[in-house]
Ligand binder design. Structure first.
Ligand SMILES: Cc1cc2nc3c(=O)[nH]c(=O)nc-3n(C[C@H](O)[C@H](O)[C@H](O)COP(=O)(O)O)c2cc1C
Length: 481
């Protein structure tokens, strides 16, 4: 059974020994960060702070902060199981004969669960606060010492494409400016920013935005997935949960939010109104610099009677977001392979913070193949941000960074094998010559072929013969080792 809400997920984490309740008073200003940082680095449990200093609302953090917790969140034995389910759907064919059609029925029924269902009421509206409310009523964290203020760090930001009416849900952090306004840190390449631009093209002065905080884990997770525009994250959550997401209409704006959410901020963003956002201790492990972003005006807060505030912190890797990203890497591989079947595996090591480094193993079939794969990845959704792509042959295990380092560095003639290109850069990159625009590097670390102009012999990797190994197994024992 799919988790109905955040509470059922918390219960599951607790039952599996993956959650620790913290009964002592801990300050949401910096102290919760220090707890969360230490816990994730030690491979520790999710933390539920029952008494955040100054607040009666508990704070949940690190709920996704290991592969085990990701499995509990997605209710699978391994995140690879999600990838296998995607492959099953991708391989679905038109059924032949009655038997084929009958066999297909369970799959069709499963697909019915994907679509979100609008319901007339939900726990997220048990309390409607349209008059006297303040964001400071909630235990919103200040994460790091030099942060510009308090930030909502795990928000599900809902908006609608004004051209198609399609919904988007993205996770974009929100800096609290005062009781009723926040920053809206959708980076320029993200769908929220695109909706905002399109609203401007329509000459409308405002765009409705609603923000859900705390929901069932698949729904929270769906917000960060790098999906194509106009593909509804709530549908993908339905796929992940195996059960439809219940959505309820907002009280004061024309949007729907997950009915089972803990807290919902309803409001709008005014076109052209920008305000300084940041600095913020970011997932690069550095502070991202202050910049101008739209302002979100909260017109109403709806919530459960006894809400739980869900948060995360980012910082020097690995943090909670690394595990969320690692699961994306596994789940999206089959989708990447639709376009690029030559890709055998990919890996984004923690220190590469997703966009700085992607290791790719390919089955090389023609001259220049590695460069074709690099170009394709630079053209593939949010993979466009990949600052450094290292392409190796399929016999290299890209999950083993040491093996990649050893083989790739042996295989390259840097001047020949490194390719630079210009293009869009992740907004968080502090080194690019301009914000959002700069260079990327591809490293062709595959074996070079005569057809690529390499006519010297290419040596093999050193390996002992099996026969000698067997002999030494015996000698080893006899030698008393
Ligand atoms: C914890 C966390 C915080 C994030 N914060 C931001 C953010 O502040 N701004 C942003 O543009 N993307 C942020 N992201 C990444 C986006 O959520 C991600 O790129 C997502 O796919 C965007 O959705 P969209 O394609 O619907 O815009 C964050 C991701 C995580 C896991």
């Amino acid at each position: 059974m799919a988790y109905r809400d955040l509470r059922e997920f918390i219960r599951a984490l607790e039952e599996k020994g993956e959650l620790k309740r913290i009964a002592v008073e801990v300050d949401p200003i910096l102290e919760i960060t220090e707890f969360a940082d230490r816990a994730v680095k030690q491979g520790g449990p999710a933390l539920l702070f029952e008494k955040p200093k100054g607040y009666g609302i508990p704070v949940l953090i690190n709920a996704f902060a290991s592969m085990r917790k990701m499995e509990i969140a997605l209710q699978v034995a391994s995140v690879e199981d999600v990838a296998a389910r995607i492959v099953e759907f991708l391989e679905m064919r038109v059924p032949e004969g009655l038997l084929g059609k009958l066999k297909m029925l369970p799959k069709v029924a499963e697909m019915g669960a994907f679509f979100p269902r609008v319901v007339s009421s939900g726990p997220c509206q048990e309390v409607v606060r349209s008059e006297r409310f303040s964001l400071f009523d909630y235990p919103i964290l200040q994460c790091w010492p030099e942060d510009g203020g308090r930030f909502i760090t795990l928000p599900l930001v809902f908006s609608k494409n004004p051209d198609t009416g399609k919904r988007n849900c993205g996770m974009y952090r929100m800096q609290v400016y005062d009781e009723r306004t926040t920053g809206m840190h959708w980076q320029t390449h993200k769908q929220g920013a695109e909706h905002y631009r399109r609203t401007g093209h329509h000459g409308r002065p405002r765009m409705d935005v609603a923000v859900a905080i705390g929901a069932d884990p698949a729904t929270v997770y769906a917000a960060i997935l790098p999906l194509p525009p106009d593909l509804d994250e709530m549908m993908i959550s339905g796929f992940l949960r195996g059960s439809p997401v219940e959505m309820v209409k907002c009280q004061t704006c024309d949007l729907e939010v997950p009915a089972q959410a803990e807290i919902v901020l309803e409001g709008y963003v005014e076109l052209g109104e920008l305000r300084t956002e940041g600095p913020f201790g970011d997932h690069t492990g550095f502070y991202s610099l202050a910049d101008e972003y739209p302002v979100f005006h909260v017109t109403c807060i709806t919530q459960r009677k006894d809400p739980i505030y869900a948060a995360t912190i980012v910082g020097a890797p690995p943090m909670e977001d690394f595990y969320m990203g690692k699961a994306i890497e596994r789940i999206f591989l089959p989708l990447m392979r639709l376009q690029l079947p030559e890709v055998r595996d990919i890996s984004m090591p923690a220190e590469g913070i997703f966009h700085n480094l992607i290791l790719v193993a390919i089955r090389k079939s023609y001259p220049g193949h590695a460069r074709k794969v690099m170009s394709a990845i630079w053209g593939l959704g949010q993979a466009m941000f990949s600052k450094c792509i290292v392409v190796v042959d399929e016999d290299v295990n890209v999950q083993d960074v040491r093996e990649v380092t050893w083989k790739a560095l042996n295989n390259i003639d840097p001047e020949r094998d490194i390719q630079f290109t210009m293009g869009p850069i992740d907004s968080l990159d502090h080194s690019s010559r301009l914000p959002n625009y700069g260079s990327k590097m591809g490293v062709d670390a595959t074996r070079k072929w005569p057809e690529e102009g390499f006519t010297r012999p290419w040596p093999g990797v050193i390996r002992m013969s099996e026969e000698v190994k067997r002999r030494v197994d015996d000698l080893w024992r006899r030698a008393g080792l």
